[in-house]
Design a protein around this ligand. Structure first.
Ligand code: G6P
Length: 369
């Protein structure tokens, strides 16, 4: 039947708020007390995952950003070299495929033309160990044509700008990284802690959503701006990219994302009082480096909006706004930090009066090239 907005002003806002529930649905039945069940990826996953020596991820749009986060997780947790590429590039070049490469597609719809074509191209080359689709639509072309699949349980996503599909993809990809680690070395504390953090995730998502009205207040600072710069490091760099994409898609403000360490190699030239800078700054080993990047921005008059937890010790001040997020395990931080950036672009778009659920020129599912 038709999906309703259920009292929310837009589907996008409803879908942002559904994230705690759909994340817990995506975890359902896939975890033990201390590890991820490999069979969540299909009966053949056990044998196949044992043989994986490399991973190629292919996707478009927001799904591509999920793939970029996955690379950090898979290489850290499973030690498997991972490549990530947009489907429209991958399918048109001469690809060198390392031995025993698992080909992974990510897609909300399972019908994106380039992603599907990339899967068919990969299969036609006969060089891959196997194919896995992480997808939100059961029975979609991508799922039907892949050997293995894992469904995200986001439910129907109506807003063109993807929100809950992205966070559930991230959950699915963390499950993949952990399952691959388990295949290689059995149980360990890293997995036990990750399982705990995953089980805790729906509650933390709810806590994070409570920042909504504070973020709404913050959004006023963006409504008149023409550009914005998002910075992140490590697995939060793709989260910065996704934050910039959301702002572009629904508020039509030009936004770019940079890995914070590249700031001096170009984008710093653009920073002045007219260019708000958003930093995703969780408490991890790169925080000190990010802090010095932020000083560079302040020194040039750039107004800073920092999303960090209390341990980060970044204080509010002239031109520095801090949104304090709940303290979370570093591994799941990219999932949590996605939410305030979704809310920020949502509120900026509402202020600007754009068509939030159906932004101009964009389609929910790009089924033609
Ligand atoms: C379109 C949508 C995006 C989405 C992308 C990939 O551009 O507007 O929100 O991320 O397609 O879609 P998929 O269904 O393959 O994830």
């Amino acid at each position: 039947g038709a999906v309703s907005r259920g009292g929310y002003r837009h589907f996008m806002l409803k879908e942002i708020y559904e994230q705690a529930g759909v994340v817990s649905a995506t975890l359902e039945g896939r975890l033990t007390e201390n590890h991820v069940l490999t069979r969540s990826f299909g009966a053949a996953a056990d044998t196949l995952f044992d043989q994986v020596d490399a991973i190629q991820i292919v996707a478009c749009g927001t799904s591509y950003h999920a793939g970029m986060v996955a690379r950090y997780w898979i290489e850290k947790l499973a030690g498997i070299p991972t490549q990530v590429e947009v489907a429209s590039e991958y399918r048109y070049r001469d690809v060198v495929v390392p031995r025993n490469t698992l080909f992974v597609t990510l897609s909300q719809s399972g019908e994106t033309a380039d992603t599907l074509a990339a899967l068919r191209f990969a299969q036609s080359q006969n060089k891959y160990l196997g194919t896995l689709a992480i997808c939100n639509v059961p029975g979609s072309s991508l799922v039907r044509e892949s050997e293995l699949s894992l469904m995200t349980q986001a439910g129907p996503e109506i807003g063109v700008a993807s929100t809950k599909a992205f966070t559930t993809q991230l959950v699915a990809l963390l499950l993949l990284a952990l399952a691959l680690r388990h295949q290689r070395q059995g149980n360990d504390d890293v997995q036990a802690n990750a399982v705990k953090a995953l089980r805790h995730l729906p509650d933390v998502l709810k806590e994070t959503l409570a920042l909504d009205s504070a973020i709404e207040t913050l959004s006023a600072a963006f409504a008149e701006k023409h550009h914005a710069l998002f910075l992140g490091r490590g697995p939060q760099f793709p989260i910065a990219l996704e934050g910039a994409l959301k702002l572009k898609e629904i508020s039509y403000i030009h936004a770019e994302a940079y890995p914070a360490g590249e700031l001096k190699h170009g984008p710093l030239a653009l920073v002045d009082s007219e260019m708000p800078v958003i930093a995703v700054a969780p408490n991890d080993e790169l925080l000190e480096k990010l802090k010095s990047n932020l000083q560079e921005v302040r020194a040039r008059g750039g107004e800073l909006f920092v999303f960090a937890d209390s341990r980060a010790n970044i204080s509010e001040g002239e031109g520095v706004h801090v949104m304090t997020l709940p303290q979370v395990d570093e591994l799941v931080a990219p999932i949590i930090y996605t939410v305030p950036l979704q809310l920020l672009s949502y509120h900026v778009a509402v202020l600007k009066g754009t068509d939030v659920d159906q932004p101009r020129n964009l389609a929910k599912s790009v089924t033609v090239e």
